[in-house]
Design a protein around this ligand. Structure first.
Ligand code: GMT
Length: 374
């Protein structure tokens, strides 16, 4: 199949899922065409069967706000026509779904039929998309898509609740590479360099937006740190990272903070962690938590949105109400102070991640592509 994938190229979960999906499809012999405004971060090296088409946004002085949606639609028309695409798969509704619809209509006027699939990821529905400045367009574009998927049951419910969506939505969960990618890495030298005295390591990976409740990550760390020697490893970057640093400095634990920024090989750094913290206010899935579980790291999380579909309470980690940092710290300590229990949860976290192995999830997308093309 000749598949066009539209996504954000940045560190956000939707871009990561889209890129990893494209890479797996390419391995199976499909021809993949990524279309975005810059090279997706996980598309770092040349890969067979993959091409990347850049959307160039004009900086004409009249445009205070360059019309990305239109430039993307034009690019889609061009790529569909000249690369003879069979199908478009757009990740994150805003503005990708409406651009795909526009491209579809333009191509239709030229006698070319191209179906498009929209995958909803989270904030396009739960936060940004619900805003009245977007809602009518999002509703329309979802209803016009040839198929719609969400990454969790919770996001499917939210979509029906907040939008007048009349069409069927299929849940296809996010995934990780396990069986094909081998056993989890555990870089002991890296661990020693970060925690030289055998301290336990708590990790958090995100884009440090408000929705992640970074202050709760820090509160949990401080509560735990007051009881045992522990390090906090922060991966990624964003507006709230500074808040975390300030809070930790004020608490006097600056020496126990490891700030890594935007690293590409998250799996390697995550594998040295003992626990992963995900304290979000809202989270449709929690891909970062799944990536942690995939390298055998249990998850201490809030119980919002789709997280309970990923992190199983008292098995792969623990769930607490949003903002209940006391409970989260208690749960973290129950594992960190009991090596036997921690080891069991590490195994169980990996076991839980296996449900989301790419080898199970990929055929769901391929089946969907086939059904749309019929
Ligand atoms: O919030 C983010 O980390 C970015 C955002 C995105 O779309 O780029 O993530 C959403 O999609 C991810 C991949 O499907 C999900 O794992 C995240 O849970 C979801 N974020 C939220 O719902 C807040």
């Amino acid at each position: 199949m000749n598949i066009g994938i539209v996504c954000y190229p940045t560190y956000g979960g939707s871009g990561v899922v889209a890129t990893e999906l494209g890479k797996e499809l390419a391995k199976k012999g499909h021809q993949i065409h990524f279309i975005s405004y810059s090279q997706p971060v996980r598309l770092e090296s040349f890969t067979k069967n993959i091409q990347y088409h850049e959307v160039n946004v004009s900086d004409y002085p009249l445009f205070d706000y360059p019309p990305y949606e239109l430039v993307l639609a034009s690019k889609l028309v061009d790529v569909v026509k000249f690369e003879k695409l069979d199908i478009l798969h757009v990740h994150y509704a805003i503005p990708h779904a409406s651009s795909a619809y526009m491209a579809q209509q333009i191509l239709k006027s030229e006698g070319i039929d191209i179906p498009f699939i929209t995958t909803l990821h989270g904030t396009d529905i739960t936060l940004v998309g619900r805003d009245s400045s977007f809602e009518p367009v999002i509703t329309f574009a979802i209803n016009q898509s040839n198929a719609v998927t969400t990454v969790s049951e919770s996001l499917k419910r939210d979509t029906y609740e907040h939008f007048k969506v009349t069409r069927e939505i299929q849940v296809i969960p996010n995934f990780v590479c396990l069986r094909e990618c081998g056993t989890p890495i555990n870089d002991l030298n890296l661990k020693k360099s970060m925690a030289p005295n055998g301290e336990k390591i708590l990790a958090h990976v995100s884009n440090f937006r408000k929705v992640k409740r970074i202050e709760d990550v820090v509160k949990v760390f401080i509560k735990v740190r007051k009881e045992i020697p522990v390090k906090l490893m922060l991966v990624g970057d964003g507006p709230e990272r500074h808040l975390a640093e300030t809070m930790i400095r004020e608490a006097g634990f600056n020496k126990d903070l490891i700030v890594l920024g935007k690293v590409n090989d998250t799996a390697r750094v995550l594998s040295i962690a003992d626990l992963f913290l995900l304290t979000s206010e809202s989270e449709s899935f929690g891909l970062a938590a799944l990536e942690a579980m995939a390298v055998g790291v249990p998850v201490i999380s809030s119980n919002t949105g789709g997280i309970p579909e990923v992190n199983k309470h008292n098995f792969s980690g623990f769930l607490s109400h949003v903002g209940d940092t006391k409970d989260m710290a208690k749960n973290a300590l129950s594992l960190l102070q009991n090596d036997e229990k921690l080891d069991l949860f590490k195994k169980q976290a990996y076991e839980q991640a296996q449900q989301f192995d790419i080898l199970t999830i990929l055929p769901m997308y391929e089946k969907l592509y086939d059904s749309v093309l019929k």
